[in-house]
Ligand binder design. Sequence first.
Ligand code: DGL
Length: 261
Amino acid sequence: MHSPIGIFDSGIGGTSIWKEIAALLPNENTIYLADSLNAPYGEKSPEKIIEFSIKNTELLLNKGCKLIVVACNTATTNAIEFLRSTYDVPFIGIEPAIKPAALKTQTNNIGILATKGTLSSALFFKTSELFATNIKVVEQVGKGLVQLIENGKLHSDEMNELLKKYLSPMLVNNIDYLVLGCTHYPYLIPQIQNIIGNKVQIIDSGLAVAKQTKAVLERYQIKNNSVKKGVHHFFINTDVDVLETILSEVKSEIIIQRFEF
Ligand code: DGL
């Protein structure tokens, strides 16, 4: 099936998921929506997050998408149940990888960096209850990180200061695994690793989401069996500059366009 896979995020962070999907499924066409105008979702109410998720989903469905990847922890944890019960296409979401971290920890202390919207969601609460019963989870809201990334300030002093502030309590609590619960944060891995050193392992779920996408395409028999490489359209409702920079090393055929939505 040649129809594209639709992917959306509150901004450019979900491209960390898109990269994994494009690498694992090179023949699939994709459409990516970066709702940067409304970022950060993490500071909005659940109702607002659901409203944005509906808008993004309907746009992708109007563009003929066969499956939708909610490449945003905040939108997944607040809106995916609603989306699944409302629309007919399969949805893949991303949630903080509490389970693998809880299974692997030796110190019984894990850290999680995510948005306020994710950490306060019912779905996150349920997952923590289920998998992190006998361990300490040091939760930290990454307030300000998404905005800095969206503004192209990935390698700024401001970013470093915020990261130090957020990660220090985790180090004090002797964590050995750090879960990245926001799709923007994989772009911060070098900076984070500099602060936490190599005794703490970072867990992000990008590859797991790509594998799940592949499995669902196979289950529904909607994979693109063409031998041609996929074409990738990116739509963003603010300036294209930062998105272009973040995708500058991508070799696949990509088209980036500003689009009001
Ligand atoms: N990439 C989104 C996530 O995974 C960022 C949320 C936001 O815009 O605050 O949660």
